[in-house]
Design a protein around this ligand. Structure first.
Ligand SMILES: C[S@@+](CC[C@H](N)C(=O)[O-])C[C@H]1O[C@@H](n2cnc3c(N)ncnc32)[C@H](O)[C@@H]1O
Length: 243
């Protein structure tokens, strides 16, 4: 099985067995605490008249919120089941959802032909891919951005692994995280030091980067909400070399 099919199968299984039970989707934080904090970091760089693509949008929770700040929002997903949930649960007049595998640059080009330049928002998606697939994902992103779009990504940082180890040792795995493991989804790692290699300065201008977190839906017995260490980065394509 190719890696592309592996992601499609794993994530379709995950999303098609989702029941809507509280806590089931570990990262499904209220956008007031998730996309809102991200937006504050990138909105100064992003033309609101452009469409925004929420790449790997899951059930569309963040997409619907982001749609209120841009001309339109398009949530894209590898899993048709996620697209169905998003269409049912997160409707907005200017939000739509469709299947797109970030590892298919050709399809990304077709979407760019349809939409024109677009911003790309990615929350907790790149680290789900094997490091050997990151360069292909970046090719797709480049096509979607075109000249005017900006990329905002927020991904688990290298501190996430020891954070999870400590969390599980102290409290056991949160149910939403246990469900991810039950589906044989094993997050890879996007080390923050690899950003320079993945987004080289002859192809991208880095507009910002810094520490962040991915807020989850899990509350500890202490009353504290689990927030996984992460980092964010904002890029624009570099056009000075005739790309
Ligand atoms: C951790 S979830 C984050 C979902 C969403 N961004 C959010 O913050 O709620 C990762 C998402 O990436 C999607 N995904 C995984 N591989 C993908 C691929 N190759 N192309 C597009 N989406 C993918 C999964 O289906 C899943 O919904």
């Amino acid at each position: 099985m190719t890696s592309v099919n592996r992601y499609a199968t794993l994530w379709e299984n995950f999303w098609s067995t989702t029941t809507g039970a509280p806590g089931e989707i570990f990262w499904d934080a209220d956008p007031a605490h998730a996309a809102q904090q991200d937006l504050a970091l990138f909105k100064g760089h992003a033309d609101p008249h452009l469409p925004l693509i929420d790449l790997g949008c899951g059930n569309g929770t963040q997409t619907r919120f982001l749609a209120t700040h841009f001309a339109k929002a398009i949530g894209t997903e590898i899993a048709p089941a996620a697209v169905e949930i998003a269409r049912a649960k997160n409707t907005a007049p200017n939000a739509s959802y469709r299947v797109l595998d970030v590892l298919n640059p050709h399809d990304a080009g077709v979407l760019h032909d349809e939409l024109g330049d677009a911003h790309v928002y990615m929350r907790a998606v790149l680290h789900q891919l094997s490091p050997s697939d990151h360069a292909t994902a970046v090719q797709s992103i480049e096509r979607l951005l075109g000249k005017k779009g900006i990329l905002y990504l927020v991904e688990l940082s290298s501190e996430a692994e020891p954070f999870f180890a400590k969390l599980i040792a102290e409290y056991g795995p949160p149910p939403g995280l246990a469900r991810v493991f039950q589906h044989q989804i094993t997050p890879g790692m996007l080390h923050e030091n690899n950003l320079k290699l993945l987004f080289p300065s002859d192809r991208f201008t880095r507009l910002g980067t810094g520490p962040s977190h991915i807020r989850t839906v899990h509350t500890l017995p202490t009353g504290e909400v689990v927030k996984v260490p992460a980092f964010y980065a904002i890029f624009r394509r570099q056009w000075s070399h005739g790309t």
